[in-house]
Design a protein around this ligand. Structure first.
Ligand code: ATP
Ligand code: PLP
Ligand code: MG
Ligand code: MG
Length: 298
């Protein structure tokens, strides 16, 4: 049934701020999806603050919650599974079991996997997650949204050129993944983030994104927001370039509003709390993205 629009979203919850399920739920709802957030952690705030506190859920708790959904015969209601930051290999393996049951209940279920492991050469999860993603989880995904560093980890090859990007994309397609989006890379001109998309038997695309804010300004939750917007726009769309453009358009509008709220436009030092995405304030740009950055066909 392709009319159903309900996402099981397994990600982190933060009490304050916008990452994980806190950043993914609202845009999906605005774009017409029912969202069932299953929280992998409940933290006070994201891990980029000077401290964070709160419990981490284990694979048994995940299995128990899922059992409740299963026993109430709710599994056929899901059109999508979305996963983001997961900090424990056994929890990730349990996600694989859950996915198989969701697919049995709805063979058309789409799995969007953001294989969050690190950024800029730094791992921020235990290294034991890598083989579970590579060998068990990624082959089951329909859409993946790794960053450049995560592509290097998964393919075990450096990605330092555009030729290497397309080789890496093929590595994923050979494993059955239809759509691969590299949400950001440093392969653009100075001051420009270059994002790439490759679809099996489809186009190769790139979008150049001028970096907003000062050189040292980083946003948290933008990768998670990217994955949720991409999921929403890809549902039922045949125009993958437009899906990519609309995703980037809403993201850029959210970031623009966030930068505008910062003291000195984000050029001086900025506290983690000040950098929280202006998500709720960007309702209009999420509902009606204005495409300013167009995809190049390569
Ligand atoms: P993940 O969280 O999955 O590791 P990632 O590292 O690619 O993903 P980001 O680097 O935050 O996540 O990039 C995701 C998207 O956020 C990019 O496609 C871009 O649209 C937007 N983005 C992030 N930082 C900026 C910035 N400084 N200026 C403009 N856009 C940005
Ligand atoms: N979840 C938690 C708890 C985090 O602390 C973070 C980043 O610090 C994220 C998710 C991911 O954020 P991003 O989308 O920027 O990768
Ligand atoms: Mg990044
Ligand atoms: Mg992320």
């Amino acid at each position: 049934n392709s009319d159903i629009k309900r996402v099981l979203s397994i990600q982190s919850h933060v009490v304050h701020g916008y990452v994980g399920n806190k950043v993914a739920t609202y845009p999906l709802q605005l774009l017409g999806f029912d969202v069932d957030p299953l929280n992998s952690v409940q933290f006070s705030n994201h891990t980029g603050y000077k401290t964070f506190k709160g419990p981490v859920s284990n694979e048994k708790e995940l299995a128990t919650i899922f059992e409740g959904l299963e026993e109430n015969e709710l599994l056929p209601l899901y059109s999508h599974l979305l996963t983001g930051y997961i900090g424990n290999p056994l929890f990730l393996r349990q996600v694989g079991h859950i996915l198989k049951k969701l697919r049995q209940a709805n063979p058309g279920l789409v799995y969007v996997c953001d294989p969050v492991m690190g950024d800029n050469g730094q791992l921020y999860v235990p290294k034991e997650l890598l083989p579970v993603y590579r060998d068990e989880i990624i082959p089951l995904a329909d859409i993946i949204t790794p960053n450049q560093f995560e592509v290097e980890l998964l393919t075990e090859k450096e990605v330092r050129s555009e030729a290497a990007v397309w080789e890496a994309m093929e590595w994923f397609h050979q494993r059955g993944i239809k759509t691969v989006v590299i949400s950001s890379s440093d392969l653009g001109q100075p001051g420009v983030l270059r994002a790439f998309l490759s679809q099996q038997n489809g186009p190769r695309l790139a979008i150049d994104i001028p970096k907003q804010g000062g050189k040292d300004l980083v946003f948290t939750g933008t990768g998670d927001l990217f994955a949720s917007l991409f999921l929403a726009h890809s549902h039922g769309s045949k125009d993958i370039a437009n899906v990519f453009e609309k995703t980037i358009a809403s993201l850029q509008a959210v970031i623009k509003r966030t930068v505008a709220s910062l003291p000195s436009g984000g050029n001086g030092p900025v506290k983690a709390a000040e950098r929280e995405l202006k998500l709720v304030q960007s309702k209009t740009e999420i509902e009606q993205p204005q495409v300013l950055l167009k995809a190049q066909r390569l």
